[in-house]
Write a protein that binds this ligand. Structure first.
Ligand code: PLP
Length: 400
C-alpha cells in the first residue's frame, strides 16, 4: 500500500481544486452550475504572443535554454522592471521559472531550514502555506482585519517577528482579498523590516496590472531601496497577459539567492519551456495596451459584483482595489437555516449551501486563513456574473 512521505502528508489537496472539481462534476451530470472558483482570466492569450510562439517553433527554438531563463528572456524581464517599476536588475539577479509558483517554491526550497518561520498576512493565497510546509518551514498566519482593508499593519508585523522569522510575504493586489498597498501604506512595514535584518521579503506582484481607480502600483524595493539586499520581487505573465497555461513566471533579487534558486530548478525542471519563453518575451516587450483594456473590463465586473453582493441580505463586500476577486463577509447569514433545515455554522457551510441548493461554486474564506468570508473570482462573463449574483441573493433571501 502506498503511503505518502511525511512532507506531503503535511499538506492537503488544494481545497480550491476540490471545490472546482466537485462543481465541474455536477456540471457534467447536467446541473447548470456556475463556477466562480478559478483564478484565471477568461480572456485569450493575445494574438501577437501566440504568433511569437509559433515563430519560435518554426525556427527550431525547441531545446533546453539556460537553466533559469534564456538571456533574451531575462533581458525582457529586465526591461519590464525598468519600464514598469523603475527598478534596475542585472541579468544574474533575475530567475525565470515555470510560473510564479515555481519561483516561490524555488526561493523557499533554497532558503528555509527546518523550523524557519514565514509570516503570511491572512487572507493569503493557499499555496503559500503549503509550499512553506513542503519546504520544512512553519507558516505564521497573521489575521488582517477588514477594518484595516485586509492589510497588515506595522504593529502586527512587529509582534509576529521572532528570531526564527525568515520571510514576510506581501501580495498586492491580493488573492483572495483584492486589497492593495499604496507606497504610503508599505512605508511603515518597511520601517519595521529595517529593524529586523534577518527577515527577507517576498513581494508577489503577479496582479500588478489589475489595479483599479487609477491607483499607483507600489512594490517594497521601490519604496525602500535599502531592502533590496533581502527582497525577492516575484511576477509573471499568467494574469497580466492571460497566459496561465504557458507557465512562465520570474523573480528578481539578490544574486546569491537567485543562484541558489537555480540549483533547485536544475534538479526539477531544468529550465522553463523554450517556446513559452519566446511567447513571454513578446508579451513583456510587445504592445502593452491590451493590459489596460482588460483591466478596465475587470473593473466593470468588480463594480457590478460588489454592488450586487452588498444588496444581498446578510452579505457585506468591501470594494477591492485590484486582482479579480471579491472577498465578502457572510457573517450576517451564519446561525440561519436553509429551507432543507441545515444550520449554517461557518463560511464553508454557506458555500456548500450555495453550491448544493443554488448551483454557484465559490470558495470559503477559511481556506485562505480568514473566516467568515467567501471569495468570488469574477474573471468570467458579465452574463454569468449576473446570473450568479441573482442566485446568491436568492440563496440569502431564502434563509430562515
Ligand atoms: N501568486 C498568486 C497570488 C496567485 O494567485 C497565483 C495564481 O493563482 C500565482 C502566484 C501563480 O501564478 P503562476 O501561474 O505564474 O504560477
Amino acid at each position: 500500500v502506498f503511503s505518502p512521505a511525511q512532507r506531503v502528508r503535511a499538506i492537503g489537496v488544494s481545497e480550491i481544486l476540490r471545490i472546482t472539481d466537485h462543481a465541474n462534476a455536477l456540471k457534467r451530470a447536467g446541473r447548470p452550475v456556475i463556477v466562480l472558483g478559478a483564478g484565471e482570466p477568461d480572456f485569450d492569450t493575445p494574438q501577437n504572443v501566440r504568433d511569437a510562439a509559433v515563430r519560435a517553433i518554426g525556427r527550431g527554438d525547441t531545446r533546453y535554454t539556460v537553466l533559469d531563463g534564456s538571456p533574451a528572456m531575462k533581458t525582457a524581464v529586465q526591461l519590464k522592471f525598468r519600464r514598469d517599476n523603475a527598478l534596475d536588475f542585472a541579468l544574474d539577479e533575475i530567475s525565470v521559472s515555470a510560473g510564479a509558483k515555481q519561483v516561490i517554491f524555488n526561493a523557499l526550497m533554497a532558503s528555509l531550514d527546518p523550523g524557519d518561520e514565514v509570516i503570511l498576512p491572512a487572507p493569503y493565497w493557499t499555496s503559500y502555506a503549503d509550499i512553506v510546509q513542503v519546504c520544512g518551514g512553519v507558516p505564521v498566519p497573521v489575521a488582517c482585519t477588514e477594518a484595516n482593508g485586509f492589510r497588515l499593519d506595522a504593529t502586527q508585523l512587529e509582534a509576529a517577528i521572532t528570531p526564527r522569522t525568515r520571510w514576510l510575504f506581501l501580495n498586492s493586489p491580493s488573492n483572495p482579498s483584492g486589497a492593495a498597498y499604496s507606497a504610503a501604506q508599505l512605508r511603515p512595514l518597511c520601517e519595521v523590516l529595517l529593524r529586523h535584518p534577518q527577515v527577507w521579503v517576498l513581494a508577489d506582484d503577479i496582479y500588478e496590472h489589475i489595479l483599479y481607480d487609477g491607483l499607483a502600483f507600489a512594490t517594497p524595493v521601490a519604496v525602500e531601496p535599502r531592502l533590496r539586499e533581502r527582497t525577492l520581487t516575484v511576477n509573471g505573465v499568467s494574469k497580466a497577459y492571460a497566459m496561465t497555461g504557458w507557465r512562465v513566471g520570474y523573480g528578481a533579487g539578490p544574486r546569491a539567492l537567485i543562484a541558489a534558486m537555480a540549483v533547485v530548478q536544475s534538479q526539477t525542471t531544468s529550465c522553463p519551456s523554450s517556446i513559452s519563453q519566446a511567447a513571454a518575451i513578446e508579451a513583456l516587450t510587445g504592445p502593452q495596451d491590451i493590459v489596460a483594456q482588460r483591466c478596465a473590463d475587470f473593473q466593470a465586473r468588480r463594480d457590478f459584483v460588489v454592488a450586487a453582493l452588498n444588496r444581498a441580505p446578510g452579505l457585506h463586500c468591501r470594494v477591492p482595489e485590484g486582482a479579480f476577486y471579491t472577498f465578502a463577509s457572510c457573517a450576517g447569514v451564519l446561525g440561519r437555516r436553509s429551507r432543507g433545515g441545515a444550520l449554517l455554522h461557518s463560511d464553508s457551510d454557506f458555500c456548500r449551501y450555495l453550491l448544493q441548493d443554488f448551483e454557484v461554486a465559490v470558495v470559503p474564506g477559511s481556506v485562505f486563513g480568514l473566516a467568515p468570508y467567501f471569495r468570488i473570482s469574477y474573471a468570467t462573463s458579465m452574463a454569468q456574473l449576473q446570473e450568479a449574483c441573482e442566485r446568491i441573493a436568492a440563496a440569502c433571501a431564502a434563509l430562515e
